[in-house]
Design a protein around this ligand. Structure first.
Ligand SMILES: [Zn+2]
Ligand SMILES: [Zn+2]
Length: 209
């Protein structure tokens, strides 16, 4: 049976089936790429997940297994609403897309765990034996049962270059990293002072070809 370290559950906050699925997906990605868990800025993960579906918990498992964390800027979300992720590692020619099989999603769906969830009961309030049972389904499944792997040959990605260059916004005087500075009325200002709305804050998109 596959083992998930306790600290990963502690980090995630509750015991659900999706964090462990993500942990297994991340572990498989390390194996496919032939690399170890990343200490620094190596593996990039492009999560195809979106918002408002419980499979998003998988991303905490992926981060825990691979070290490709959101905080280090190693995970991007593509908001496609699919239970899949693409794993890329610098210097490797090919990337891998790993998809959680429809059949496994269908196998989990009738479980009692989701009867509670559909009544609005949070995972931490679901009886432990119910949670343990669905988590065991994940830990006992074979990789083939869980995932479909697609090799993406010659995957091209240019990570954004790290920079320490910051500028004082000429309106609010808060330090702002250079690439987020805009020019308004001849002044170098931050995006907030330039009057942009929140959804315009995302100025960097991953360069995937
Ligand atoms: Zn969860
Ligand atoms: Zn400002």
């Amino acid at each position: 049976m596959f083992q998930i370290p306790d600290w990963a559950f502690e980090f995630h906050g509750h015991r659900c089936p999706f964090m462990p699925i993500g942990y297994r997906m991340g572990t498989l990605a390390l194996k496919l790429l032939g690399v170890e868990k990343c200490k620094d800025h190596q593996m990039h993960v492009f999560s195809e997940m979106g918002i408002g579906h419980p499979q998003g918990c998988m991303q905490d498992g992926i981060m825990s297994a691979t070290g490709a964390t959101f905080g280090k800027g190693m995970m991007e979300k593509l908001y496609l609403g699919k239970v899949a992720a693409i794993f890329w590692y610098p210097g490797k020619k090919d990337a891998f897309r790993i998809l959680l099989n429809n059949e496994f999603q269908d196998k989990l769906a009738p479980h009692e765990f989701f009867k509670y969830r559909k009544q609005g009961i949070e995972p931490s309030e679901i009886p432990e034996e119910v949670r343990a049972d669905i988590i065991n389904m994940v830990l006992n499944a074979t990789e083939e049962e869980l995932f479909t792997i697609t090799k993406i040959e010659n995957f091209h990605y240019e990570p954004t270059k790290g920079s320490f260059n910051k500028v004082k916004c000429e309106v609010c005087s808060e330090y702002t990293f250079e690439r987020y500075i805009r020019v308004k009325d001849g002044k170098k200002v931050c995006i907030t002072c330039a009057g942009h709305k929140t959804d315009e804050f995302i100025v960097e998109t991953p360069k995937i070809k």
